[in-house]
Design a protein around this ligand. Structure first.
Ligand SMILES: [Ca+2]
Ligand SMILES: [Ca+2]
Length: 191
């Protein structure tokens, strides 16, 4: 019998929320540009959540949608510096580059910054849940949401019970300036 040694997976760099911060290698995607169509992240960097864990009290964030947390990893980005509210789309794709391990993606978007270094009692309390996504018909996951300018956001990425761990990509796109409907009402005096 011939035994072949396989290369072990490196552990994810963004398992713990306080390791993300502003380091691209740990999941910091950057500041989104102010022009419609601007993107951060990409569909070529293959992230994964092998052997990632759930931190103490992380599940208290699940007030929207409330999917169960299995093996979470974290991303951080900032909305455009100026320009007011924007429609922003966050897309996580299940192994689009066929690295070879699928994941049924779930996402949670939070506003604010964690309180670091990690503390079970305070780290997650400074974050506000905004929106969750657990698409039923696809292993991909998408969030469409209107976000304020110049604000920090964190994205939790997890797998579902169908497939908890695997490879994925993540991308954030500026979809459009939110149009404000202006209406002028004339009140005419009674004749
Ligand atoms: Ca984690
Ligand atoms: Ca899950």
């Amino acid at each position: 019998m011939i035994l072949k040694r396989i290369a072990p997976h490196p552990l994810p760099t963004n398992d713990y929320i306080c390791t993300v911060g502003t380091t691209p290698a740990n999941g910091y995607l950057g500041v989104l540009g102010g022009t419609t169509g601007n993107k951060i992240g990409n569909t070529t960097t293959n992230w994964h959540n092998f052997c990632s864990t759930v931190e103490t009290n992380e599940s208290t964030l699940m007030t929207d949608g409330a999917f169960g947390l299995d093996q979470t990893v974290w991303f951080h980005f900032k909305s455009p510096a100026t320009g007011g509210n924007r429609n922003i789309e966050i897309r996580a794709l299940n192994d689009p580059n066929n690295v070879g391990d699928q994941i049924d993606l779930q996402m949670l978007l939070l506003q604010g910054n964690p309180t670091c270094p990690f503390s079970a009692s305070t780290t997650f309390t400074s974050l506000t849940p905004i929106e969750s996504a657990d698409n039923v018909l696809t292993f991909n996951s998408t969030i469409n949401v209107c976000l304020p300018q110049n604000t920090d956001f964190y994205v939790l990425v997890d797998g579902s019970g169908l497939n908890k761990q695997g490879y994925f990509t993540i991308e954030v796109e500026n979809m459009a300036l939110l149009e404000v409907l202006q209406m002028t009402i004339f009140v005419l005096p009674k004749p």
